[in-house]
Design a protein around this ligand. Structure first.
Ligand code: SF4
Length: 305
């Protein structure tokens, strides 16, 4: 098993990813978690690339992530609940301009719906301030794309919500969770994503992150996890095995449904045999280049709750 750095995001988070010629596929934590959760869900999202209309809950997650990212642009002393609240409406306007489909979530001429939506986003931000004081933090990265090559052929990459670096160099990966779904239904998936980021950081910086932190804004709770190198090595083998299983399933065009509680949040029940549906014919060719997987990022940032 080998790995080599692809990009060091600490100095240049937006620099283009340099992909070694041995690499022939890429995998994001979201897509890997899809396959682990349900192979058919992976197929619908990554091979058929079926569209998914964002839900109000996902849009709220996107908005809250955007506000928290911008909050750290302000001088430390100005990062107050009031400032965060003041960012909500302008950030929503920006998101709707950039992603017009978000604007269709609320019926035209229904200002009450939008007002209530913005108020609920502000309430989640209050949950954030209950668990952290951003005036005491200077994140090293926000919404940064990080990637590494494992097993010589597989590029693993994903977007970090936030990376904190302590004066002694210790890394803390922070992920904001804004979903209203029961936490136990998604906790394993969330931890899988954090370990994925930890693996990339370990492989690119040679440092195992000291802490992986989930911030549950709705419940105003913090969940910390401390990984170690041995665990990340096992995790790396799991990721490579997962990719091999995806390749095998693709070759056989065999992606089976795996029903679970997460089906309640799946957009594709109508096409799923577990719900009486029929998947579309398997695409003759993959809809996209696996190295430029547009779905590496959640459908909308922050929506992958
Ligand atoms: S409804 Fe459930 S079993 Fe079917 S594709 Fe979605 S997650 Fe998989």
């Amino acid at each position: 098993m080998t790995a080599e750095p692809v990009i060091d995001t600490q100095d240049s988070p937006t620099a283009p990813v340099v992909v070694p010629p041995t690499v022939r596929a890429s995998l994001s934590p979201s897509r890997a978690a899809d396959f682990k959760t349900c192979p058919l869900l992976y197929r619908f999202r990554s091979i058929d690339r079926l569209p998914e209309r964002p839900t109000v809950e996902q849009a709220r997650g996107t908005l809250v992530h955007a506000v928290l990212e911008r909050l750290f642009d302000l001088p430390a002393a100005a990062r107050t609940p009031q400032s965060a609240g003041d960012l909500v409406a302008p950030q929503w306007d920006r998101l709707v301009t950039e992603q017009p489909e978000l604007g269709t979530l609320f019926a035209e001429g229904d200002p009450t719906g939008v007002t209530e939506f913005l108020r609920s986003a502000t309430a989640l931000l209050e949950g954030y301030f209950a668990v952290e004081d951003p005036r005491r933090l200077e994140p090293a990265e926000r919404e940064a794309l990080i990637s590494a090559v494992v097993d010589e052929e597989l590029l693993i990459r994903g977007y970090l919500d936030r990376l904190d670096v302590a004066p002694d160099g210790a890394l803390r990966v922070v992920d904001y969770k804004t979903g209203g779904a029961p936490r136990e239904a998604f906790e394993a998936r969330a931890l899988f994503q954090l370990k994925f980021y930890a693996l990339v950081l370990w492989r690119t910086r040679g440092v195992v992150p000291r802490m992986l932190r989930l911030l549950y804004l709705k419940d105003a709770e913090v969940c910390d996890y401390t990984p170690d190198a041995e665990e990340l090595l096992r995790f790396e083998r799991t990721v490579v095995a997962l990719w091999q299983a995806i390749e095998q399933a693709t070759e056989r065009q065999d992606f089976r449904p795996r029903p679970s509680r997460l089906c309640d949040w799946c957009s594709h029940q109508a096409l799923c045999p577990s719900f009486g549906g029929t998947p579309p014919p398997f695409p003759a060719t993959s809809a996209g280049d696996p190295l430029t997987d547009a779905r590496s990022r959640p459908v909308v940032p922050g929506a992958d709750e």
